[in-house]
Design a protein around this ligand. Sequence first.
Ligand SMILES: Cc1cc2nc3c(=O)[nH]c(=O)nc-3n(C[C@H](O)[C@H](O)[C@H](O)COP(=O)(O)OP(=O)(O)OC[C@H]3O[C@@H](n4cnc5c(N)ncnc54)[C@H](O)[C@@H]3O)c2cc1C
Length: 483
Amino acid sequence: MNTSIVWFRKDLRLKDNPALFHSARSGPILPVYIWDETLPEQEEGASRWWLHESLLSLARSLSSTGSPLVFARGSTKEVLVHFAKRSNAQKIVWNELTEPWAKTFDLSLKKELLSTGLKVETYPPDLLSDPESMMGKNGPYRVFGQFWKRLRPALDPSAPFPAPERIFPPEFSVISEYLPEWGWNPSRPDWAKEMREKWIPGEEQAHMTLNTFLDERLQSYEKNRDRLDHEGYSMLSPFLHAGEITSRQIVRATLDKMHEHPGWQNDGEKFLSELGWREFSRYLLIHFPKMISEPFQPKFSSFPWKDNPEALLAWKSGKTGYPVIDATMRQLWAIGYIPNRSRMISASFLTKDLLISWKEGARWFRETLVDHDLANNTVSWQWVSGMGVDAAPYFRIYNPVLQGERYDPEGIAIRKWIPEIKGLPNQWIHRPWEAPEPLLKRAGIILGKTYPAPIVDHSYARQEALALFGALGGKGQKPELMA
Ligand SMILES: Cc1cc2nc3c(=O)[nH]c(=O)nc-3n(C[C@H](O)[C@H](O)[C@H](O)COP(=O)(O)OP(=O)(O)OC[C@H]3O[C@@H](n4cnc5c(N)ncnc54)[C@H](O)[C@@H]3O)c2cc1C
């Protein structure tokens, strides 16, 4: 029997894992996870905490299936060759990634491994379509609507690969590093405390999250996905990022649920289209990798962003004086997650009210999100700032007061994350600076002391942004007030 090394990357699961499924059928397996510091775009901050927990969970599942996960740090090629020698493995097997750098890296790794006499087997990444064959009349799609129109009718993934019932370990074992010694689980200071209370990373929880969402929230997804005062969305993003569940599995389960409940079609379609955005973001980065560091629309390369460390710090730490922004940023820091609406409002505030570059925002999200994802984050930041593919028009500037009043009318999220203003009546909770002085006093608020006064005047900032974006020929005709 041939022994294979299955190299785990962003596919920390047993089910619907083609590399694992096929290898388990052909002989013993040495499952390996490598932390290679020379690779770009590695998890950091909150998403590294998630990765740590997810790896522990995967290690438990693999041990109980028969072959424990082996951890190592170092050069990917050297570790794989070393383990192959030690375990007498003849083949290295992995699932590919979608990140632009990974294609070149994998090709050269494959070449090097083949030159040592090892065999290599690779499987496609978790995508719903083949990015190379999805082409419009003039090359890659640049408009989501057209992309989705092509992909949606073809969306019918076959049943996912089952998890192997038993995995046989190699005849010769190898020595693993001890993951807890990698220092990824913070203790002093323990900034992950609230994340630990909120989340249970791992494949089992990914499926429980999906099932609960489909049973309880899919039917009202369209209406509730934007609410800030309760969780009307799936919260599957961190599980998807770590590869604890695949988009194919989610799409399959959603289509089956829609079939069972014909009345849930619109909600189901909306949810599927959000997964479509995930797919489109990957597609864009594959075809336009420069987007990672440059605006897709080159005319914005010279945009006069402000260098304003004080305002940036106020935004990061939730001290802008705009409750909806501050609640968002404090929630992000505490649990490593904010819903899509919060991401859009806070990104718009940074880029259009404070005129601070989208790259600063994307960098902060990268450190603080448990679901940080290169494609979704890059494409979404460019979308909000009006510089990306099929982007929001430059004059879409979210009004932080109106957004708060619309999506959290009773100030539930505000009171949870900004206790210092919880005594304000609903009428003023999103605009404390307009509250009458006696009311502020009764609520124990001294603006500028117990809670900041707004660091910018939104209507003034909006005019400035419109002028700057307009001067560079931003897309769109007529400025409008976003509610
Ligand atoms: C400025 C900004 C930054 C973002 N950064 C990230 C990021 O780093 N990682 C990340 O996964 N998502 C990111 N998003 C996209 C989106 O906000 C999150 O995927 C979503 O909020 C995750 O919550 P959920 O799983 O409950 O989403 P649901 O509403 O339940 O959607 C289901 C899934 O669809 C996908 N999805 C939903 N909305 C989008 C979108 N706009 N673009 C791409 N995929 C989407 C996600 O995989 C999500 O898990 C960002 C959005 C913005 C505006």
